[in-house]
Ligand binder design. Structure first.
Ligand code: HEC
Length: 139
């Protein structure tokens, strides 16, 4: 319910104000960058047996994946976002949901402290990033 309200609010504000659409684009880029940095850090965290850091990072990716579609209203296009996102928005949402599921699987693997399982989960998670980018990232 709270999430729905937020989505409606974001949509309303973003159609009302082009400046707000630019904020959405900047925020989503920053969140994607963060996901990339989290994935890059995993190898070092495995070496340090820092399972908690891996679990925390995975949760952040999952949290972002959950909100992701709300940051892509049709009123906030960008150079990096393929216009086909808005022709296939249900598919875009389902790719974000796959991303979230894979991030939560990484979190579970981190909690097991099994580095092979963690690397496997990282690869699967990375695959869900790529499967969205290959269709919907424009640059
Ligand atoms: C459901 C689709 C989707 C998923 C899942 C997804 N991305 Fe993206 N990603 C995009 C789109 C669309 C853009 C372009 C956004 C824009 O420029 O407005 C993007 C942009 C990016 C960027 C460039 C940000 C910038 O500064 O321009 C990075 C880095 C990135 N994603 C990393 C990731 C990583 C890592 C994951 C997985 C953990 C991921 N993405 C999952 C759709 C997705």
């Amino acid at each position: 319910m709270k999430k729905q309200l937020l989505a409606i609010l974001l949509l309303a504000l973003s159609t009302a104000s082009p400046a707000f659409a630019a904020d959405l684009v900047e925020t989503r880029k920053a969140n994607f960058k963060q996901s990339g940095q989290i994935l890059k850090a995993v190898r070092g965290q495995i070496a340090a047996s820092d399972w908690q850091a891996i679990a925390d990072g995975a949760q952040k990716i999952a949290d972002w994946a959950e909100k992701m579609p709300e940051y892509f209203p049709a009123s906030a296009p960008s150079r990096g976002a393929a216009p086909s996102i808005w022709e296939n928005f249900d598919d875009f949402k389902s790719k974000a949901a796959d991303n979230r599921k894979a991030a939560l699987a990484l979190k579970a693997a981190a909690q097991s402290g099994d580095s092979d399982a963690i690397m496997g989960a990282v690869r699967t998670l990375g695959g869900t990033c790529k499967s969205c980018h290959s269709k919907y990232q424009a640059n």
